[in-house]
Design a binder for this molecule. Structure first.
Ligand code: NI
Length: 181
C-alpha cells in the first residue's frame, strides 16, 4: 500500500485510543518499526506513532534530521516522559493524520524521555528548545489517544477542525501542511 494511503486520518477512533505497551520486541515489532520509518520518510514526516498506521501499541519513530541527506532515525518503544519542564514554547505543528493544517501548540520546552530501543536497551533522550522536544511530546501524546488539536481551546479547536475538513475536501494528503500558519 502506498504510504499516504496507509496513514490513519482524524477523526478515526484509533487516534483516540490508549495504546498497549509492548511486552516483547519480536520480529513483528521490528517489522512494524521498519514499516513506520518507510511511511514517515515517504510522507516527509519527522515522526510517526503506531496508531497512525492502525497499530494500537506503544511505538513511535522520529527523525528530526529529515530532509537532510543523512537519516538519523530513532525507534522508541514504550516511551515515557519523565521530565517535562522549562518555559512553555509555542510552535506550529503538523501531523500526518491531519493533512493540510498547522496548529500552534504550547508545550514545555524541556523534556526527558525514557524508552526501549529495538535491541531492548533502556535509552534516555533529553531535548530542550528544539524540534526534538516538540516531536517527542507530540508523538508520545498519540500513544495515549491525544492529538495536537486537543491542546487547543474549544473555539480554536472547532475552527481548526473546520479548516481541516475543508483541506481534506480540497484533496489534502498526509504530509501536506498549511504554509500560511
Ligand atoms: Ni501526529
Amino acid at each position: 500500500m502506498p504510504a499516504v494511503e496507509d496513514i490513519v486520518l482524524a477523526p478515526d477512533t484509533r487516534l483516540r485510543t490508549e495504546c498497549a505497551p509492548i511486552d516483547e520486541i519480536d520480529d513483528s515489532v521490528r517489522a512494524l518499526a521498519a514499516h513506520m520509518l518507510e511511511d514517515m520518510y515517504a510522507t516527509d514526516g519527522c515522526g510517526l506513532a503506531a496508531p497512525q498506521v492502525g497499530e494500537l501499541v506503544q511505538l513511535v519513530v522520529i527523525d528530526v534530521d529529515y530532509g537532510k541527506s543523512k537519516r538519523n532515525p530513532y525507534v522508541l518503544i514504550n516511551p515515557k516522559i519523565i521530565v517535562a519542564d522549562g518555559e512553555e514554547r509555542e510552535t506550529g505543528e503538523g501531523c500526518l493524520s491531519f493533512p493540510g493544517i498547522t496548529v500552534r501548540v504550547s508545550r514545555p520546552s524541556h523534556v526527558v524521555v525514557e524508552a526501549r530501543n529495538l535491541d531492548g536497551d533502556l535509552m534516555r533522550y533529553e531535548a530542550k528548545d528544539n524540534l526534538m522536544a516538540v516531536c517527542l511530546q507530540h508523538e508520545i501524546d498519540h500513544l495515549h489517544g491525544v492529538t495536537m488539536v486537543d491542546h487547543l481551546r474549544p473555539l480554536q479547536r472547532a475552527r481548526k477542525m473546520r479548516e481541516y475538513e475543508d483541506a481534506l475536501a480540497a484533496g489534502a494528503r498526509p504530509g501536506d501542511v498549511d504554509v500560511e500558519d
